[in-house]
Design a protein around this ligand. Structure first.
Ligand code: EZ4
Ligand code: CO
Length: 401
């Protein structure tokens, strides 16, 4: 099980993906996702220049030791670029171990804790009526949990609103600047959820993503206003570099809180979890150090009644989606998994065993992660520079996005 070869594959079948492929001397290979939205080539370079040369010749069975080697051994700890690179190595090693032992990865993680994994979809619209219609379409496809976002009147473009149900957060080519107006946003969101509850009744789980746009006291006010509509969660209400700011939000609202899609280590969420300031931790395999590190975060969360709700947008490749599903199926304190289906081209480049039915997903029982990469097809989709949009206030001040 010595690592004989390691390669970084960058492709763009609809959006950019960075994939690490590890090959052993015995002829097995494992895959890991290393995609960091808008900064893809930084991780590709970190892997190629600094990680791959140190991987060759190592024993692929020693997953934890290799993780510690790249984390402690770099001297420079944490950060999204480093942790995405470590995540790719870790994910590929779990894939390899599963293939070597001929079992799906979830069996290595303690086996299934549930029959399947509940996912939530993204409904959005240019108006409240459009958003209601979009939620209806998700219900018709079997989703039992749906995130709802609607455009803010008076703002030309609102982040998270797709032209179709299959939207992509990053924009190819030039960076897009949008205008953000907090008062108008705070005025419309409770109206949207009042309508959604009235229309769809108490059974559907409703979620909302604030995308870090509010101050703690504004977030407290929104959470309080949404209480009658009992959301499954309110996500990223305020930037979380300052974990203490969640104490203030928590004092004012019982709306459940989900945070962490931009976190890359357990230290980013330690206080949030230990003080029970959040209900769901959204760290994900690719951005938070891989399956090994995510399990440690989940174990800490379990002690404090916090459940997992991993990020699962389209910028997480099918390799990460598969890894997330193995993790979700096995971990006891799983809450929910985000799911934005990939484009047809992405699914063709990454054939996979995972399945969706009636709002639930399963990673499948193929050995390892159950996901592959068609390299000859991948080369026909070369990298294209793309960025997430940024937001400025109406007076031009750069805002949290
Ligand atoms: O902004 O995936 O909950 N999902 C999200 C996404 C993220 C992008 C960032 O790469 O917030 O739309
Ligand atoms: Co989000």
């Amino acid at each position: 099980m010595k690592i004989a070869n390691a390669r970084v594959i960058v492709c763009s079948p609809g959006r950019n993906f960075v994939t690490l492929k590890l090959e052993t001397a015995d002829g097995l290979y494992g895959l890991g996702d290393a995609t960091l939205n808008g900064r893809e080539l930084a991780v590709a370079s970190y892997l190629t220049e600094h990680v791959v040369p140190l991987l060759i010749g190592r024993d692929a069975r020693r997953i934890e030791d290799i993780w510690q080697f790249f984390y402690k051994g770099a001297y420079w700890r944490r950060g999204p670029v480093t942790m995405s690179a470590i995540a790719a190595v870790d994910t590929a090693l779990w894939d390899l171990k599963g293939k070597a032992l001929n079992v799906p990865v979830y069996q290595l993680l303690g086996g299934a804790s549930r029959e399947a994994v509940r996912v939530y979809g993204h409904a959005s619209g240019e108006s409240i009526e459009d958003t209601l219609a979009a939620v209806g379409r998700y219900r018709d496809r079997g989703y039992t949990a749906i995130r709802a976002q609607c455009a803010v009147p008076g703002m030309a473009k609102t982040y998270g609103i797709g032209r179709t149900d299959a939207y992509e957060p990053a924009e190819r080519g030039a960076l897009v600047e949008s205008v953000w107006d907090t008062s108008r946003y705070l005025a419309i969101v409770p109206v949207l959820f009042e309508r959604l509850r009235r229309e769809f009744g108490p059974d559907v789980q409703l979620l909302h993503d604030v995308h870090h746009r509010l101050t703690p006291i504004e977030a407290a006010r929104l959470g309080h206003a949404l209480e009658p509509y009992h959301l499954f969660w309110m996500e990223d209400p305020t930037p979380a570099e300052n974990q203490e700011s969640f104490r203030l939000i928590r004092q004012h609202t019982s709306t459940p809180l989900a945070v962490g899609e931009v976190f890359n280590s357990i230290h980013d969420c330690r206080l949030l979890i230990q003080e029970q300031l959040i209900d769901y931790i959204r760290t994900t395999v690719v951005h938070a150090g891989g399956i090994s590190h995510l399990r440690k975060i989940a174990s800490l969360a379990e002690l404090h009644s916090v459940r997992t709700g991993s990020h699962g947008a389209t910028d997480l490749s099918p390799v990460c989606m598969a890894a997330a599903l193995h993790f979700d199926l096995s971990v006891h304190n799983f809450g929910i998994q985000e799911y934005m289906p990939h484009s047809t081209d992405t699914d063709r480049v990454f054939p996979h065993a995972y399945t969706f039915a009636e709002g639930m997903m399963h990673p499948g029982d193929a050995p390892g992660l159950g996901v592959d990469i068609d390299e000859s097809l991948a080369v026909t989709f070369p990298y294209e520079r793309a960025y997430l949009p940024v937001a400025r206030l109406t007076d031009g001040t750069m805002h949290d996005w």
